[in-house]
Ligand binder design. Sequence first.
Ligand SMILES: [Zn+2]
Length: 180
Amino acid sequence: MTNRPSQRLTDRPEDAAVSSARSTEEACPPEFSPETACPDCACQENTTMAEMLRTAGMRPTRQRIALSELLFASGDRHVCAEMLHEEADAAKIPVSLATVYNTLNQFRDAGLLREVALVGTRVYFDTNMSDHQHFYVEGSGEVLDIPHGAISLSGLPQAPEGMEVAGVDVVVRLRPKASA
Ligand SMILES: [Zn+2]
């Protein structure tokens, strides 16, 4: 039930009308060398993250690589923009909250993150792209994985005319047990 965009594995086809404006994106060399690196390119700083971004159709800018390291370098996690912005601040990465929002949305659109549907006001992004559901801890706002297969659903409604079910998100809300 993952709906990874197909462009994840291939280069995004360039629209002729915008290709000139985006020519710097094309200029980024597949293999880094100090002579060929474009000015805003950060290929040399983390080749794993740079390669991941390039494969997803994005230019590996310094900001994107720095945020990728926070997101993907330490196992699966759930983050919202505010959390990631605080981490970037702590890591002395100069990036605005608006840019963090935009980057998370770009990563989601490129199939690197999935958006977690939740009750509450914050949008969480998940680095675990596999099919799974979530616990949500009321109060702390913590998000935890429920393994695939731990929930069975029956009696799903029929999709309205002309629509099909793209996926089902279940959020199981938790709170500490009231002491007896
Ligand atoms: Zn998850």
